[in-house]
Design a protein around this ligand. Structure first.
Ligand SMILES: NC(=O)c1ccc[n+]([C@@H]2O[C@H](COP(=O)([O-])OP(=O)(O)OC[C@H]3O[C@@H](n4cnc5c(N)ncnc54)[C@H](OP(=O)(O)O)[C@@H]3O)[C@@H](O)[C@H]2O)c1
Length: 321
């Protein structure tokens, strides 16, 4: 089969579009013919090996040689103990733990797969898993956003931000989106009430305070955040620098102070089966998936470069012919 392969961390030039053996499913796995795979910030990070947490499964060289985690496609074959799906079933999944989606076929543990939601195209289903899970758990489950609350989403112009802004608006929040200048209009189009260009203004120094901050691009000291939270407010780290992550884990619980401010990591439960509420909203047309660009499998290096250079507004999807 054709796949996009890499064996060392680096820029998109280290990727090769080449022939590899088609994988065979283990007993509990299903072989999926990939029709669409969406790009996430985590693909870019695991390509580069930066931040350090992206090397968790391979400190010196990548353990998995094919990136791509959010897939949608059709079941081709199933292992002996995988009985839930039949050849021909349309399925989707987030396979972040072992990746492999930038290929014509990928083996997926049956437990990670879900049936494609009715009425969704392959590209919409591939766009949803990781970004949708981050948004749903960040805004609803852990963020517990309530009507009238002030919510700030840092990195709101990317894949997860696109869903998070729309969800926070649906839950009745007043939303501030932070990203760079070219994405301000895009964030407004998603429903953001206020927008901040991070290259011109530091949201932690404006004097504004929020009930919830969802940080998809955290690069500050953990001490910078409590001052931007209302009493009882919560800050959730999703991705960003490893130094900020360490601080949030080690000192976050200590710096909330008497005002009960919470500085925490959002450890997202990944898996298509956790997505039911956001799928319903998509099917009802209350949340839209914005696909900025589509690429072919052979164009994955260009697609990743486009994402990594910060040009993507919403999602970038690779269509596997
Ligand atoms: N916690 C968990 O369990 C978990 C699970 C899965 C993924 N993640 C993480 O989730 C993060 C977000 O993923 P994603 O797919 O939404 O990424 P994405 O699509 O690349 O979006 C990130 C956005 O942040 C913007 N940005 C970059 N630097 C910024 C800064 N200093 N201030 C404000 N905005 C900035 C980017 O724009 P520009 O680059 O143009 O500036 C981009 O629009 C990744 O770091 C990933 O590792 C976490």
């Amino acid at each position: 089969m054709k796949a996009v392969v890499y064996t060392r961390y680096g820029p998109p030039d280290v990727l090769r579009f080449t022939d590899v053996d088609t994988p065979a499913p283990k007993d509990d796995e299903v072989l999926v013919k990939v029709h669409a795979v969406s790009l996430n910030g985590s693909d870019w990070e695991t390509l580069r090996g930066k931040p350090l947490y992206s090397r968790i499964s391979g400190p010196f060289q990548p353990r998995h040689h094919i990136l791509g985690s959010d897939i949608a496609g059709r079941v081709e074959a199933a292992g002996r103990d995988a009985t839930l799906f039949q050849p021909g079933d349309e399925v989707f999944a987030d396979i972040l733990s072992h990746m492999g989606g930038f290929a014509e076929y990928v083996c997926v543990p049956e437990s990670a797969l879900a049936r494609m939601p009715a009425g969704m195209t392959y590209e919409e289903a591939a766009a949803l898993p990781q970004a949708g899970a981050i948004a749903l758990q960040g805004i609803r489950d852990k963020g517990q956003v309530q009507p009238g609350q002030r919510v700030l989403i840092n990195g709101a112009g990317g894949g997860s931000g696109m869903y998070a802004v729309q969800l926070a608006k649906l839950y009745g929040a007043e939303v501030t989106g932070v990203d760079h200048a070219e994405k301000l209009e895009f964030m407004r189009s998603l429903g953001a009430d206020h927008v901040v260009d991070y290259t011109r203004e530091d949201f932690t120094r404006t004097g504004c305070t929020y009930d919830m901050i969802l940080d998809l691009a955290a690069h500050r000291s953990a001490f910078a955040y409590p001052g931007s939270l209302m009493p009882g407010g919560r800050y959730l780290y999703v991705g960003g620098s490893a130094a900020t992550l360490l601080q949030v884990l080690l000192i976050g619980p200590l710096i909330g102070g008497a005002q009960r401010k919470k500085i925490r990591l959002l450890a997202v439960r990944l898996g298509a089966k956790h997505l039911a509420p956001i799928i319903e909203l998509c099917q009802a047309g209350k949340i839209v998936t914005v696909i900025d660009r589509r690429y072919r499998l052979s164009e994955v290096p260009e697609a990743l470069r486009y994402l990594g250079e910060g040009r993507a507004k919403g999602k970038v999807v690779v269509i596997v012919e």
